[in-house]
Design a protein around this ligand. Structure first.
Ligand code: AP5
Ligand code: MG
Length: 213
């Protein structure tokens, strides 16, 4: 099963992608998480990407494609994957189609998690993230069992550098301009499904499961 999660920053793509991945036993691949690991480990790619990420801009397509093609070539991707945060531009979507076409393969579902900008701004301020396993929490709606500690891997939770309100505004602007065109791109291909992302996490997940089974 090959799934793409689409939606604005903070729409809940990662939250839902993790649940889908564990339900279907396929990897959750978040380009944002992969970049954050590279930044934490101070790799050459991480150093280049950080400049863009910290300002709320997209990382250039060539760097993203280098990262994702390597990841999609790994053995655990044979049965499918949930892509979260990729593709984010039309050239990235075309590159993914091209890679899949070469293997006589295709995407099956694109799930758009739809949340208005005002709700997003509130959510981001309360988000806390685990840099080790990529899980996210929220100070009000999804609290960890022990304050500041990831339930799953025990690492410290952080406020992401790009979750400052001014950077969130920039990320939203970039989303509307560069990523939203993908909604029409996938609608035209007949694989777009939109869910309302403003309800409870579990309800949204059920709606997604109904689409996928
Ligand atoms: P990335 O990490 O992908 O960030 P993003 O798309 O901006 O999305 P987020 O991770 O911020 O939000 P999310 O939708 O996953 O929401 P979450 O589930 O955490 O990318 C970061 C940066 O890397 C980009 O800005 C860019 O620079 C670069 N990058 C990455 N991929 C790239 C690409 N392909 N091309 C170019 N550049 C790229 O939820 C948010 C919060 O809300 C959490 O606290 C959560 O607990 C809470 N929450 C979730 N659902 C609900 C709900 N239903 N009700 C209440 N609270 C909820
Ligand atoms: Mg995310």
């Amino acid at each position: 099963m090959k799934i793409v999660m689409l939606g604005a920053p903070g729409a809940g793509k990662g939250t839902q992608a993790k649940k889908i991945a564990s339900n279907f036993g396929i990897p959750h691949i978040s380009t944002g998480d992969l970049f954050r690991v590279n930044i934490k480990n101070e790799t050459a790619l991480g150093k280049k990407a950080k400049v863009y990420i910290d300002q709320g801009f997209l990382v250039p397509d060539d760097l993203v494609l280098e990262l994702i093609e390597e990841r999609l070539g790994m053995a655990d991707c044979k049965e499918g994957y949930v892509l979260d945060g990729f593709p984010r531009t039309i050239p990235q979507a075309k590159a993914l189609d091209h890679t899949l076409n070469n293997k006589n393969d295709k995407l099956e579902y694109t799930i758009e998690v739809d949340v208005p900008d005002e709700v997003i701004i509130d959510r981001m301020a309360g988000r806390r993230a685990c840099l080790s396993c990529g899980r996210t929490y929220h100070l009000e709606t999804l609290r960890p069992k022990a304050e500041g500690i990831c339930d799953f891997c025990g690492s410290f939770l952080i406020l992401r550098d790009d979750d400052k309100p001014e950077t969130v505004m920039k990320r939203l602007e970039v989303y509307h301009k560069q990523t939203q065109p993908l909604i029409d791109y996938y609608r035209e291909r007949g694989i777009l499904h939109t869910v309302d992302g403003t309800g409870e996490i579990e309800m949204i997940y059920q709606e997604i499961i109904n689409i996928l089974v």
